[in-house]
Write a protein that binds this ligand. Structure first.
Ligand code: GAR
Length: 207
């Protein structure tokens, strides 16, 4: 939580960056209480880098292949992020698990978006598993990051129906559209100081 008027965000990506683009678009609104100060990609060819460049946001590339250990890779990420005044880290399709050490540097200040209704369907291949299980509903969750993967307190969820003829791809597309709504919503709540973390749940303070 921060009492500054503008929350300064670092967005971490690994891929196409459509959630990054949704956050860039949200931050462009004059009344949005956050700005993206840098984008960090762990892949030099991530499609999302182009969204950052188009918006004039500095990009840091920290490629794990350039480092011999996870500790060195994460030190390089911390050094890259340390160049900016970052209040909040948003993982947006960042496909590396962060170590407890890294997370401890940013307590209750790292958010992630996951394409399921957590605590259901943590981990990978979510849509394949949801379709195979013939679930009636799925969705996405924005949550605080804790050392256990996809297990932190949930801030915002958006729900969608799973249709009888859905494939993992059609379901993923339906959910992605809701991700682009959920992430800016969660960032706004954070930036407005409305999130109270109590154990593994989040209370949202009313106006
Ligand atoms: C999104 O669907 C996001 O929820 C998912 O990766 C995709 C990234 O898309 N993240 C995870 O599965 C994390 N466990 P994007 O690069 O277009 O934002």
């Amino acid at each position: 939580m921060t009492d500054r008027k503008t929350t300064r965000i670092a967005v971490l990506i690994s891929g196409r960056g459509s959630n990054l683009r949704a956050l860039i678009d949200a931050c462009a609104a004059p009344d949005f209480p956050a700005e993206i100060v840098c984008v960090l990609s762990n892949k030099p060819d991530a499609g999302g880098i182009a969204h950052a460049e188009k918006a004039g946001i500095p990009v840091e590339i920290v490629w794990q292949k350039d480092y011999t250990s996870k500790a060195e890779f994460e030190s390089a990420m911390l050094a890259a992020l340390g160049q900016y005044p970052v209040d909040l880290i948003c993982l947006a399709g960042f496909m590396r698990i962060l170590s407890p050490n890294f997370i401890a540097r940013w307590p209750d200040r790292i958010l992630n978006i996951h394409p399921s209704l957590l605590p259901d369907y943590k981990g990978l291949d979510v849509h394949e598993r949801v379709v195979a299980d013939k679930c009636a509903e799925s969705g996405c969750s924005v949550h605080f990051v804790v050392p256990e993967t996809d297990a932190g307190p949930v801030i915002v969820q958006e729900r969608v129906p799973v249709l009888p003829d859905d494939t993992p791809d059609t379901l993923a597309a339906r959910i992605l559209a809701r991700e682009h709504v959920a992430y800016p919503k969660a960032v706004r709540l954070f930036a407005e100081g409305k999130l109270l973390v109590r154990g593994n749940s989040v209370a949202i303070q009313e106006d």
